[in-house]
Design a protein around this ligand. Sequence first.
Ligand code: BGC
Length: 770
Amino acid sequence: MKPHYLISAVVLLFSSPLYAQNVPPASTNSDIPQSQTQARELFISNLMKKMTLDDKIGQLNLVSVGPENPREQIMADIRADKVGGVFNTVTKHDIRQMQDQVQYSRLKIPPFYAYDVVHGQRTVFPISLGLAASWDMSAVALSARISAEETAADGLNMTFSPMVDITRDPRWGRVSEGFGEDTYLTSRLAYETVKAYQGNDPSAPNNVMANVKHFALYGAVEGGREYNTVDMSLSRMFNDYMPPYKAALDAGAGGVMVALNSVNGVPATSNSWLLKDILRDQWKFHGLTVSDHGAIGGLVKHGVAENDRQAAAMALKAGVDMDMADNMYGKYLKGLLKDGLISQKDIDSAVHDVLTAKWDMGLFVSPYRHLGPVSSDPVDTNAESRLHRKEAREVARTTLVLLKNENQILPLQKKGTIALIGPLADSQRDMMGSWSAAGVAKQSITVLKGMQDALGDKATLLYARGANITNDKTIYDFLNSYDKAVTNDPRTPQQMIDEAVKTAEKADTVVAVVGESQGMSSEASSRTDINIPEAQRELLKALKATGKPLVLVLMNGRPLTLSWENDISNAMLETWFSGTEGGHAIADVLFGDYNPSGKLPMTFPRDVGQIPIYNSMLNTGRPFNPQKPDKYTSRYFDTPNGPLFPFGYGLSYTQFSVSDITLSATTLAAKGDIKASVMVKNTGKVAGATVVQLYMQDVTASISRPVKELRGFEKVYLRPGEEKRVTFSLEEKDLRYFDNQLKWASQPGKFNVFVGLDSQNVKQSSFQLQ
Ligand code: BGC
């Protein structure tokens, strides 16, 4: 599909993005002063005049260091001007050794060095889904800033991050890497993260360039099955899935990684509509596009290229500048040019983008821009002193979501005897989550260590593993297929449960740390069953039978189905994979040294069969009404409608009240604004933070619009008894949407406004758009 006729509408949306309400104006490459742009263009055109065809093709080569591509070979290739960029090498020593080769090359064009720094480099922060659960822009910015500083301090120039794919399917393993289901929240976080990585200058020695991924729509793979097809209406695509990528570009992201999936039948890697019409022509992106790992060769398997050679031609012509890892460009571009199947312009345009990115990274000022002098190289790359533990703990605390707290069983008192049980209670590797970059598992704090540190000798802490992650050998072997990520206790399940029960019986309270191992929520880790594995549920059953108060600490990278766990437990704390300082942060919350304030960035279903289930759904002609249930309404008859825990949900150790909504007017004129405000009060006994959320509904429009769509939020901190007015401002442009002709406009009529502390318990008001 090539809807060129829709272009003007697309431009309109993204010149005034939906998330713009609280976002500063865009700063793109076009903001670079004219003289600098001119200097860059002049430099690049002079350089390109000196380059042979081989030199140019070399610049399009993004190589991964690994057994099939040893360092010595890459160093020889750098000397021969055959390498544009390198990834998967992460120490200053190794990068410097490679960069030293540049001086022996003819052209002396330095490669750049990239890595997947998704939620931290040496210090690992909570997984991105957890960061989103903080709804705290300053915490997320802090984590990204430290990531950038540590990444730059390792001599790297670029991170393959943020990952901003909207996803509404928790079966997909990569939900852990993104910011969840919501367009507005993800767009805000995308913008914030890129700004924190790059500042206004990715070349600054302690900044790195962001490479936003995966363009586009990777999070919408059918059935949540990894690498699967995406087929989507244009209105949904542009209303819901595209804005986060655009937000990252508005923040100045220098790179874009192209998705592995197809979009309406055309693989992203050969999709010139996506990569040229939208990305370049409409969004005015001037940076670098890179393929995903081996994606060019994948075009043959997608069934759109007959062979690798044709695939290389298709990718280049579609607008993929660099070829990641499969060297298809290196092998085929020369011959393709000779045979007239690609043009010199196709090659030059890609080379131009690579050189632009290198200029923007400061590599032409010095190949050692981020490396600095040799004297700055750390003696010990993994030295404790290179970590930012304090910040990691502070950020991790903001990401924890209290899902249940019956009779205020939490916070626990630091006295008596506590039994800590579960296969994740003392797992350093799992605390780090997937894509934990250069983080060292041995440096992470487990829940056991965190609780020990919090308790000292004030209380007795007993520990038993209780179960393995899974007793299913097929799953265990899968999780260990690339590295030994999951360890198995050789005892029988019953022996482990018996020990756990004996331990629990000695305690006043049981804290069970259960969920997924980190490898269960990552790339290539889709699940059809999103329960806690059976082995751990058997353990929970036995713990429940002891009659002791049962607190579940959940570690997982996706929404899980937790109805049974919700029934049998007294409290549940969602902790994601919380990173290097996770155990301390979790202990802070368990013992009330920090009051939880996280809110779910994704809906938690009751049953896997409800998927997709998400907040901003459209209405049907026969909506289900829980107050007046009727057979012929939109529902499943075997499971209650609605999620177990809705989007935006999360409890606190205090209580908050929200007043009715005050609107500044009952009508909104095309050029005016309307203010919706509420008073929020801490009615409980301890200080705490909550997230005030604003949702909208366009009651009657030319196409069905979401029943409730997030359009604003503010995290507020209140002392006991304190109250605060929270005000949201809405303008006509905030009410626009794309119809199926991609016309971006609002329509006069009634709009509902909802404000609450989650997406379901809300106050409601309405106004008319004139
Ligand atoms: C992933 C990307 C990642 C790349 C490089 C791919 O398999 O899809 O997200 O950036 O590998 O590590």
